[in-house]
Design a protein around this ligand. Structure first.
Ligand code: TXA
Ligand code: MG
Length: 331
């Protein structure tokens, strides 16, 4: 099978819909990251996602919808507070975890009693979902253990011929995965921070969110070693980064750097990426930067810490996961 990367046209969307209907996989852009989609009503099709990613079968996948009124097709109950979040933030980078409807197959939920639902805002995703009509199960379109893809080239690099059609929607506007809120306990719980922050969610809910704890439904994206490059990576203060670079000459290790405020010395010979100053621009570039740094095959990646402010919450979360270095369980 050769992979075909197609510009989004009426013909390529129709071809993608035909593949979904036939039980095949299609990679498509969303505003967060690229997804690897299958017909969520077809368990055999969803199983192909796990095979293509090399992902363990007990990990749940998010079902992508084209309209808010499809919530009831997939969730057996929708609390008012969840409905308010959907009304405010859909289409957009928010996933709601709700009690699953009887029709939702175990392969979609990882055998859990809940289902993750999201209505993306990317025009290509919306066109695809509207033309398909049903729910599209889609995790990020990376191989298990790799960094999420934010361009069609990332998807092709990772999945190669495991997917035959990739719809190209350019670089994803947000660049990190959706915020996930679970409504499976009395109070809503934040399972994964994302572009929609806790302050915005709390404003709409009228109260705060519970942080993920032991009662949280299992979300592999919340396990420690996600979004990690293969190269050992550490998160360091600007001062530590400067000190390490100053000693660079005396070490026979190759270093790759993701800096933000620190500038490279003139004689620096490793790979250096300067990230944007603002949180949303930083998030937009983050996974492409990590891929570039990983491809340098350095002995270590040093990442300058980002501010300890609310708007950096989701980026800090991804950087912590990228630098934790355990590679036991990744999505
Ligand atoms: O932005 C996104 O959410 C992207 C795009 C493609 O929509 N998708 C994405 O999917 O990041 P994935 O599978 O890589 O991560 C989704 C996370 C996983 O950690 C999964 O475990 C969790 O959502 N999840 C899905 N359904 C769940 C459920 N029923 N209960 C708890 N967690 C769930
Ligand atoms: Mg993922």
């Amino acid at each position: 099978m050769t992979v075909s990367i197609e510009a989004p046209t009426r013909a390529s969307i129709a071809a993608a819909v035909a593949r979904l209907r036939a039980g095949d996989l299609v990679a498509f852009p969303t505003e967060t990251v690229y997804g690897l989609g299958a017909d969520a009503s077809n368990p055999d099709a969803v199983r192909k996602i796990f095979a293509a990613k090399g992902r363990p079968a007990d990990h749940p996948v998010i079902v992508h919808l084209s309209a808010i009124d499809q919530l009831e097709d997939w969730a057996r109950s929708v609390p008012q507070s969840a409905r308010r979040l959907a009304a405010e933030f859909w289409p957009g980078p928010l996933t709601l975890v709700l009690p699953r409807a009887a029709r939702v197959d175990d392969v979609v939920t990882g055998g859990q009693d809940s289902v993750g639902l999201r209505m993306p805002s990317h025009a290509v995703a919306r066109d695809l979902l509207a033309a398909f009509g049903g729910g599209v199960a889609a995790p990020s379109a990376n191989r298990f253990g790799r960094i999420s893809p934010t361009t069609s080239a990332h998807v092709a690099d990772d999945l190669g011929d495991a997917v035959s059609l990739i719809l190209d929607g350019g670089a994803c506007a947000i660049g990190i995965e959706s915020t996930i809120v679970a409504f499976t306990t009395a109070e809503p719980m934040l399972l994964r921070p994302g572009a929609i922050g806790v302050a915005e969610l709390s404003r709409v809910l009228g109260h705060g969110l519970r942080p993920a704890d032991a009662d949280a439904p299992r979300a592999s994206g919340t396990l420690a070693a996600h979004y990690a490059p293969r190269t050992r990576a550490s998160l360091v203060d600007a001062a530590v980064l400067c000190a390490e670079i100053a000693q660079f000459d005396q070490r026979d290790e190759a270093m790759a750097v993701l800096a933000r405020t620190v500038t490279p010395p003139a004689d620096f010979s490793g790979v250096w990426v300067t990230a944007p100053m603002h949180a949303s621009a930083y998030a937009h570039d983050l996974y492409a930067a990590l891929r570039t740094l990983d491809a340098a095959n350095a002995d270590e990646i040093l990442i300058e810490k980002v501010p300890d402010e609310d708007e950096w919450h989701a980026v800090r979360d991804r950087l912590l996961r990228a630098t934790r270095g355990e590679d036991d369980d990744r999505d």
